[in-house]
Design a binder for this molecule. Structure first.
Ligand SMILES: Cc1cc2nc3c(=O)[nH]c(=O)nc-3n(C[C@H](O)[C@H](O)[C@H](O)COP(=O)(O)OP(=O)(O)OC[C@H]3O[C@@H](n4cnc5c(N)ncnc54)[C@H](O)[C@@H]3O)c2cc1C
Length: 397
């Protein structure tokens, strides 16, 4: 059995950034597992743009040298805002080559307790012993599939995260359920791929981010005022953005206020570059699916506005519901020992769970630290918190 001090599971922005920070500790043996940036390349559509701004799209690194600017200079590439997903994936892979060149690309099939820490088993059966484990497994396991669609086979209904492109939908009639960013962006891409698309959304209104009115207002505010109102982390509206950029403060607010902040900060909204692209796509708001029944190779759908449709496919832009019990690589006996609320782990200041030595980074940290943790810009806070925790344990050992 191989042995290491820290095993990081997942090689997306959080796992890579955590590893880069931990490797600044001399003598610490850090082993990182996972297919780099695979959620971005396999579960988000080609042609997508990142909604986060330039600063918020930087993956935190300890020396400040693995930036988007350094990537552009190294690759002699030029791109601006909004950042195309293809460029962000390349940036993540470039970051990995520099910070974690010895990445172990295997998937971890099992993590369980062992006598002196944790035992990890890779997909091909090799075992590792690690004193500490950092889970940075992302949201891929948490795709939300509402009950009325669960019986439909994948040929008829899929979640947006099951597609890396929409070329197969040419000429198909598709109903997109959900009017948040991923539903709307998928609808635009489906339309451009030659599908006949319509969108339905539960909310009565689409919140367009930085639409004409707010862009004009931003312009008038001037740089100084904008900086006061908006933190570089780019999470949440004016004013709240500054608070949400300080997770240690958010954590100390009354629970009910934290929950309200979380809802307000990440309410479903569409980016402004989608407005024109969706001009010819019908969107029905305040509308839900009552029933969806397979009829041969199509689906018969009844909507709350009384309409009955028959379509080839339903695409669920219904987001993600965090529930770490869906991390199937964590042994049930270990999962049982993690204190949780509504599927979220309770984390201490070092992003450590109630199981000593077991840390969880990324979106599951939202309950303890607020919505920053579900975005790339949260890597700065998460990696530093983790690093501090590991360093202080080594000092006291
Ligand atoms: C459509 C969409 C658009 C988004 N746009 C933005 C945006 O513009 N800006 C932004 O900041 N955020 C955006 N996000 C949120 C984004 O998902 C997160 O910011 C980011 O991916 C978090 O990084 P992560 O490392 O936690 O997760 P991920 O990037 O998902 O990385 C986790 C990795 O862990 C791997 N893994 C899981 N289990 C194991 C295992 N057992 N063994 C080995 N590896 C494992 C996964 O395969 C995955 O590659 C978007 C999300 C979606 C769905």
């Amino acid at each position: 059995m191989s042995v290491c001090d820290v095993a990081v599971i997942g090689a997306g922005p959080y796992g890579l950034s955590a590893a880069a920070h931990l490797r600044t500790i001399r003598g610490l043996d850090v082993h990182v597992f996972g297919d780099p940036m695979s959620f971005w390349s396999g579960n988000m559509p080609v042609g997508m743009f990142l909604r986060s701004n330039w600063t918020a799209t930087q993956i935190a690194c300890p020396n400040g040298d693995l930036t988007l600017e350094a990537f552009q200079a190294d690759r002699q590439q030029s791109f601006g805002l909004p950042v195309p997903i293809e460029q962000f994936i390349q940036y993540g892979l470039w970051y990995q080559c520099r910070a974690v060149p010895d990445l172990d690309r295997r998937y971890i099939a099992r993590v369980e307790h062992s006598a002196n820490g944790f035992k990890l088993t890779t997909q091909d059966g090799e075992t590792f012993n690690s004193r500490r484990v950092v889970v940075a497994g992302g949201i891929g396991s948490f795709a939300r599939r509402p009950i009325e669609f669960r019986e439909l086979p994948p040929e008829l209904a899929t979640h947006t995260s099951e597609h890396a492109d929409f070329a197969d939908f040419l000429g198909k009639e598709v109903l997109v359920v959900g009017s948040g960013q991923s539903g709307l962006e998928s609808a635009a891409l489906l339309h451009e791929a030659g599908a006949q698309v319509q969108v339905i959304g539960r909310s009565r209104q689409i919140h367009w981010l930085q639409g004409w009115a707010s862009t004009t207002l931003h312009h008038r505010l001037g740089k100084g005022v904008r900086r006061l109102l908006y933190a570089p982390t780019d999470v949440g509206p004016a004013g709240l953005s500054q608070l949400l950029a300080r997770p240690h403060l958010v954590r100390r607010l009354p629970r009910s206020l934290q929950d309200k902040l979380r809802k307000r900060a990440v309410r479903p909204a569409g980016a402004r570059w989608l407005v024109d692209r969706l001009r010819d796509v019908p969107i029905a708001l305040g509308c839900e699916v009552v029933s969806a029944v397979a009829a041969g190779d199509r689906i018969r759908v009844t909507l709350t506005d009384g309409r009955k449709l028959t379509v080839d496919h339903i695409l669920l832009g219904t987001g993600f519901k965090i529930d770490i019990s869906k991390y199937d690589f964590v042994a049930p006996s270990l999962m049982e020992r993690i204190s949780r609320v509504n599927g979220f782990p309770l984390l201490n200041d070092g992003m450590e769970t109630s199981v000593p030595g077991l840390h969880i980074l990324g979106a599951p940290g939202v309950y303890s630290f607020g919505p920053l943790l579900q975005f790339v810009s949260g890597t700065h806070f998460a990696s530093r918190s983790l690093l501090r925790s590991v360093l202080s344990e080594r000092k006291s050992a």
